[in-house]
Every structure is written in structure tokens, then in C-alpha cells.
Design a protein around this ligand. Structure first.
Ligand SMILES: *Cc1c(COP(=O)(O)O)cnc(C)c1O
Length: 352
């Protein structure tokens, strides 16, 4: 019966998870694994978020608030008077925005190498994907992007970029916004770890969406909750395209409580800044400059996959970058975790 499955899913592999390396570590009998493959905050969620989630858990016999008011109010209280949409992770937001705007056969332009889900989501929508490669140093060539993406319905730029770590300046983003005819989805999953400020652009541009997530700095990856700053015109259409009651009540309450509870976020951001420098100083391979909570490392002449396997056998799980289309096979991506995890990583990689 598999003939029934759509050809777009048969042609390409799906999202690549970091689980395989964890399995290797476990096979080698290692119980205390350094988890540095998924850019999560190693600290558990804040007590306020936990308490909010526990309280709402008692009410899950009822459907959630379809307007997600608890989180919308928290976002407005925290950021001010902007327009927002929410979703099942930022991934859910990305998928719904594509569903809202892109007819089958229309174009989604993606600045690559980058996070793989944009192309998967666009493909699932029957979109035509065009990729626009970054420069050799992974910066975005705005002129080239504008030329190639001019007529795309949606253009996607990730800043700070996963997996390369570098950010695109607000001036460059502004230039792109003025040059293209469609919408720019600027993925800000890691913006809290950078000094970039794109919010001022929201007031000036009708075609900018800033994707955000609670999965990284806010320690809520398991609750699958994301949001975006949008222009005023978008939310009613987004809500029409989305599934009913998309965001569950527990996740919404936890996220609303986590947002203003800054202590842990501030602590982790300081940890990230400390370790970006330490990785650059202590790892014997070239570490690319990063504005995110991970770094990309050039492990040539080794291959990324081989290094990931070898580290996994020693209890350190990192991500090979081979599956990022448009990137050569000698890079790995390593998150900033707890001190012992990062130290173990440095020790093991320097043995290669
Ligand atoms: C982690 C990540 C996301 C998705 O986050 P979720 O909210 O967990 O879906 C989106 N974009 C990038 C670049 C990411 O690295």
C-alpha cells in the first residue's frame, strides 16, 4: 500500500535527528552522556514554568483557549505592542505560515546551508524550493539573495544561522526586505544568544516575520512551543490555515510563565558566551565564530560523521553537519552544555 505515499516524501529523507549518536554511546555502556547535539539548555525549566504547567495539567479534560490568550498576553507584556502567532514549536509556525501563503508550485527561497526543516515543510506544501548559497565565510550576499528570491512567496534566512552560527546584521536584513516582493521569514531561534536586534524592523516592514522558540534558551524543548512576530495583516489568515486548538494549554501556560522568569536564561546566556570563547581557545580544530549557543567546527582532514561516531563511543554526543545540504562533510556542530559536558568534549576532540 506504500504506493499511496506522496512521491515528495519518497524522494528525500526526512528530518535528521541526533538520536543515533546517543544510541552508540549507550551501546558502549556509557550511562552519563554529554548531550551536545541539539542546542538545548541543559538546565531544567524554571520553577515558575513548572508550577504553571502542573496547575494547568489538572484542566486538560477541557480544550485549550483557541486564542492562546495566556501566552499572547505574556508576549505583549514582555515585548510590547506587536502582533504574534503561536505554534507547535517554531517548526509548527513555519509549516503553518507556508500553508497560509504558498500555493502549490509557488516558490520558497532559502539561504543555505541552513536548518533543514524549511525545505521539508515547503516541499510538503508542493512548493518549488530554490536554494541561494551563502558566501565562503557563510555570510549572506544580499544582492544575490534579492536577485534570486525577488519573486519568491517566502524567503527564509536563519540568523544566527544553524549550523554555521553567524548572524546577519539588521541593516542587511533591511536591504533584503526592501529588495524582495514576498515575505521574509527570519528564523531567530538563537537570537537570545546574540546582540542582534531585529525588533525595530517590525514597525517599518509589512513583509517581515521573526520566528522564535521556547525550545532553546527557555528550557522547554519537550513542550513544543514557538511563536513569531508578524505584520498586522497575517494572524487572521494564519489562524484560518492552522489546525484548531494547535497549542496545548500546558505548553502555553509554561511558556507564559517562563518568558519573564529571566534568571536561568541569563545564567545560560553567560555560560554560552564563556564557552564560545573557551571552545575557540581550547579546541585544536578551527572553531567558527558564533552568535548562537553552539559552534561549528571544521574537523578536516577528518569527516564529520566519523568524528561524531568516535566521540559518541566516548560518551559525547554532537552533531555531524553532513546532512545540511550545501555544506561539505568535514564539519561538526557542538552545543554549549554544562561545564562537565563541554570539558569532556574538549578533552575527547583534542585526542583525535
Ligand atoms: C531548534 C530550531 C528551530 C525549531 O525549534 P522548535 O521551536 O523546537 O520547533 C527552528 N529553527 C532553528 C534554526 C532551530 O535550530
Amino acid at each position: 500500500m506504500e504506493r499511496l505515499v506522496r512521491s515528495c516524501y519518497k524522494k528525500k529523507s526526512g528530518y535528521v535527528f541526533a538520536k543515533k549518536a546517543e544510541d552508540i554511546a549507550r551501546e558502549y555502556g556509557i550511562s552519563k552522556i554529554a548531550r551536545l547535539a541539539s542546542n538545548e539548555n541543559p538546565e531544567p525549566l524554571s520553577p515558575a514554568a513548572l508550577a504553571a504547567a502542573e496547575e494547568v495539567l489538572r484542566t486538560v479534560n477541557r480544550y485549550p483557549d483557541e486564542r492562546v490568550n495566556i501566552l499572547m498576553n505574556a508576549l505583549r507584556a514582555y515585548y510590547g505592542d506587536y502582533h504574534f502567532v503561536t505554534g507547535v514549536g517554531m517548526d509548527g509556525v513555519i509549516e503553518t505560515i507556508i500553508r497560509t501563503l504558498v500555493e502549490p508550485g509557488e516558490t520558497v527561497a532559502i539561504s543555505t546551508p541552513t536548518f533543514s526543516f524549511y525545505a521539508l515543510a515547503a516541499m510538503g506544501q508542493g512548493a518549488e524550493v530554490i536554494t541561494v548559497p551563502r558566501e565562503a565565510d557563510f555570510s549572506v550576499d544580499c544582492k544575490k539573495l534579492i536577485e534570486k528570491a525577488k519573486e519568491a512567496k517566502i524567503t527564509v534566512v536563519c540568523s544566527p544561522n544553524n549550523p554555521t552560527g553567524n548572524a546577519t546584521t539588521a541593516d542587511d536584513v533591511s536591504e533584503i526586505l526592501e529588495g524582495i516582493e514576498g515575505l521574509l521569514f527570519l528564523d531567530n531561534a538563537y537570537v537570545e544568544f546574540s546582540d542582534c536586534d531585529y525588533l525595530s524592523l517590525m514597525k517599518k516592514h509589512e513583509n517581515l516575520v521573526l520566528g522564535r522558540t521556547f525550545s532553546k534558551v527557555y528550557s522547554l524543548a519537550g513542550l513544543r512551543i514557538g511563536y513569531a512576530f508578524t505584520p498586522r495583516w497575517l494572524p487572521p489568515w494564519y489562524n484560518r490555515a492552522g489546525t484548531p486548538f494547535t497549542v496545548n494549554s500546558v505548553s502555553a501556560a509554561a511558556a507564559a510563565a517562563a518568558l519573564p522568569d529571566k534568571e536561568r536564561a541569563v545564567r545560560y546566556i553567560a555560560q554560552v558566551k564563556r564557552w564560545r570563547t573557551r571552545y575557540a581557545d581550547e579546541v585544536k580544530f578551527p572553531v567558527l565564530p558564533s552568535d548562537a549557543n553552539f559552534v561549528m567546527i571544521d574537523v578536516a582532514p577528518h569527516k564529520g560523521d566519523a568524528v561524531v561516531e568516535s566521540l559518541a563511543r566516548n560518551g559525547v554526543v554532537v552533531r555531524s553537519c553532513r546532512s545540511f545540504a550545501g555544506l561539505s562533510d568535514h564539519y561538526i556542530r557542538v552545543s554549549v552544555g554544562e561545564d562537565w559536558e563541554n570539558e569532556l568534549f574538549v578533552e575527547e576532540i583534542n585526542k583525535l
